[in-house]
Design a protein around this ligand. Structure first.
Ligand code: ADP
Ligand code: ZN
Ligand code: MG
Length: 480
C-alpha cells in the first residue's frame, strides 16, 4: 500500500527583547546559573507579573508577517503543571484567545515546489528554565535563567507532507523573523525549537491517522532523520496490525530512533484558567496600521527586486536574500561600487564557500561593505585577476578592522602585470625551456598553446593579465 505522511508543527521562538516577558531580568543567553533571575521569574509568592510592551509589539509583528488575523482583545491563561524547571508550577500562556489566528505561509521547497501552509494560531507564553543533569547521575541542577524569556508558539495546521516542506517552512520562519528583527532563531541555542506532530494514512484517504509528537529536535538534519524514522516506524506498526498510540516521543539523534516519553496530555489535564494577575490586552487599530506600514522588505520581495534592478538570477537572489545579513552586505556594497554582478560573484563564489566549508554563519560576517566595494573596484579595473582576487578576498574576509586592501596588494606584489615586454621575456624563456613542445607546435599540434599560456602565467606568478598573455604567446608563436 502507498502511504502519505501528515505533519503539523508547533514552533517555539524566543523573542529578542532585552528583558523578560513579565519582569526586567535580562534575556541574555548563557550566564552563570541562576544569575539572570528575580523573585518574579522564580515564582516567589506575592510577586506580580507585568507584561513587557516590547513582547506584545514583536509578537503582533510576527502575526502580521505570517498573514494572521490579530485578536484585538486577547488575554493570558494559566497552564498548571509541576516540573522542576518551572518554579511557579504554572506557565503563563494563551489558550482561549491567542493573539493571532488563521494565517498562512507561502513556501518554495528546495526542489522548487510551491506550497502554502496554514497557521492555526500563534500565542505568547513564558519559557521555562533548564535542568542540568549531573554527569554522575545522582543530582539535577535547575538553572532558572531562561524562566520568563518571552516565546511565541506558532501552531500550524496539519498541512505538511514531506520533510522538505518542513525544512522550507522553518527556514522561512527564520528569515522572516530575522528581517523583522524579533528573533535570531538559532536552533543550536534553542531560540527556535520545533515539535513535529506526525501521522500516516493510506494515500488518497481523507481521514487523519493517530499522531505522535516529537519534541525539541534541534537541527534541520535531525528533523529530516526523525521524520524518516518515525514515519517508517508507524507504517511498519500499522502494516503489522498494531495501533499507533498518541504519545510524545523523544528523538535520540545518536541512536537514530524515537522513544516513547509519555502519553499525550490533553488541554483539560492542565486545568487552564484565565490568568488573574494580568489584565486583558486590547490592541488598537492604529497600532496594527503602524506595524503594517513599517513592515520591512522580506526575502520574496528582495528576490524580485534583485532580478529587476540588478539582473541577478533567481537562484542566486534566493540565496542572498535568504539571509538578512547577506542581503545587507550585498545591498550596502552595491550601493557604494554600483557593480551588482561582481558583488554577486564574490558572495556566491567565496562567502558561500566559507559558509559551507568552514562553518561561517551569515550573522557572524564582519566584512565591511566599504572594503568589499573597494576590492570589487580593483578587480573590475583589472588591477588583479580573479585568481589573485581569491587570495586577497580571503585575507580581507578573515582580516581584522586594520586590513587595508591596497596595502595588502602592494605588500604582496599582487598587482596584475600588463607590461607586454615583461610578458614577452617570459614567453621566450618558456620556449627556450621547452624545445620539444615548440617542435610539437611546429608539427601542427596547436593544443600546446594552452600549455605555453599556463607556463607563462606560472612564470609571472599568476599576476600577468590573461588577455595579454594570450596575445603575446600567439604573436611569438607566429614568429617561429
Ligand atoms: P494539542 O493541543 O493536543 O497539542 P492540536 O490540535 O493543538 O493538539 O495540534 C497540535 C499540532 O498537531 C498542530 O500543529 C496540528 O496541525 C497537528 N496535528 C493535529 N492532528 C494531526 C494528525 N492527525 N497528524 C499530524 N499532525 C496533526
Ligand atoms: Zn526576573
Ligand atoms: Mg497544542
Amino acid at each position: 500500500m502507498e502511504w502519505e505522511i501528515v505533519m503539523g508543527l508547533e514552533v517555539h521562538v524566543e523573542l529578542a527583547t532585552k528583558t523578560k516577558i513579565f519582569c526586567s531580568c535580562t534575556t541574555e543567553f548563557g550566564g552563570a546559573p541562576n544569575t539572570h533571575c528575580c523573585p518574579v521569574c522564580t515564582g516567589m509568592p506575592g510577586t506580580l507579573p507585568v507584561l513587557n510592551k516590547k513582547v506584545l509589539e514583536y509578537a503582533v509583528k510576527a502575526g502580521l508577517a505570517l498573514n494572521c488575523d490579530i485578536t484585538r482583545y486577547n488575554k493570558f491563561d494559566r497552564k498548571n503543571y509541576f516540573y522542576p524547571d518551572l518554579p511557579k508550577a504554572y506557565q503563563i500562556s494563551q489558550l482561549y484567545l491567542p493573539f493571532a489566528r488563521d494565517g498562512h505561509v507561502d513556501l518554495i521547497t528546495r526542489s522548487g515546489k510551491e506550497k502554502t501552509v496554514r497557521i492555526h494560531e500563534i500565542h505568547m507564553e513564558e519559557d521555562a528554565g533548564k535542568l542540568i543533569h549531573s554527569a554522575f547521575g545522582d543530582a539535577t541542577f535547575p538553572d532558572y535563567n531562561r524562566c520568563g524569556v518571552p516565546l511565541i508558539e506558532i501552531v500550524s495546521e496539519p498541512d505538511f507532507r514531506t520533510s522538505e516542506e518542513v525544512i522550507a517552512y522553518l527556514e522561512k520562519l527564520k528569515t522572516t523573523f530575522e528581517y523583522l528583527g524579533i528573533s535570531d532563531c538559532k536552533m543550536q541555542e534553542g531560540s527556535m525549537r520545533a515539535d513535529v506532530n506526525l501521522s500516516v494514512r493510506p494515500k488518497g484517504s481523507e481521514e487523519f491517522g493517530t499522531r505522535t509528537e516529537m519534541k525539541n529536535i534541534n537541527s534541520f538534519k535531525a528533523i529530516e532523520r526523525a521524520i524518516a524514522f518515525e514515519s517508517a516506524r508507524q507504517i511498519e506498526a500499522i502494516e503489522k496490525g498494531e495501533k499507533i498510540v498518541q504519545e510524545t516521543r523523544r528523538w535520540d539523534d545518536n541512536k537514530g530512533k524515537t522513544f516513547a516519553m509519555r502519553s499525550k496530555e490533553n488541554a483539560q489535564d492542565y486545568r487552564y484558567f484565565p490568568e488573574p494577575d494580568i489584565p486583558p490586552i486590547s490592541i488598537e487599530e492604529s497600532t496594527i496600521a503602524e506595524y503594517t506600514a513599517a513592515m520591512p522588505e522580506f526575502a520574496g520581495e528582495k528576490v524580485v527586486r534583485y532580478g529587476e534592478e540588478f539582473g541577478i538570477a533567481k537562484a542566486d537572489a534566493e540565496i542572498i536574500a535568504g539571509s538578512k545579513y547577506l542581503a545587507k552586505l550585498f545591498e550596502e556594497t552595491v550601493a557604494i561600487c554600483n557593480n551588482p554582478k561582481e558583488v554577486r560573484y564574490w558572495i556566491m563564489m567565496q562567502i558561500m564557500y566559507f559558509m559551507n566549508e568552514r562553518g561561517v554563519a551569515p550573522e557572524d560576517i564582519k566584512l565591511d561593505p566599504k572594503k568589499f566595494a573597494q576590492f570589487v573596484n580593483i578587480v573590475a579595473a583589472d588591477r588583479i585577476n580573479k585568481q589573485t582576487g581569491k587570495t586577497v578576498f580571503e585575507a580581507m574576509f578573515f582580516g581584522d578592522d586594520s586590513f587595508d586592501v591596497e596595502a595588502y596588494i602592494k605588500e604582496n606584489g599582487l598587482e596584475q602585470v600588463d607590461d607586454s615586454e615583461a610578458i614577452r621575456e617570459a614567453v621566450k624563456a618558456i620556449f627556450a625551456l621547452n624545445p620539444a613542445t615548440v617542435e610539437q607546435y611546429k608539427a601542427g599540434q596547436t593544443k600546446v598553446v594552452g600549455f605555453f599560456v599556463g607556463q607563462v602565467m606560472r612564470e609571472m606568478r599568476g599576476k600577468a593579465k590573461p588577455d595579454t598573455v594570450n596575445k603575446v604567446v600567439a604573436e611569438e608563436l607566429s614568429k617561429l
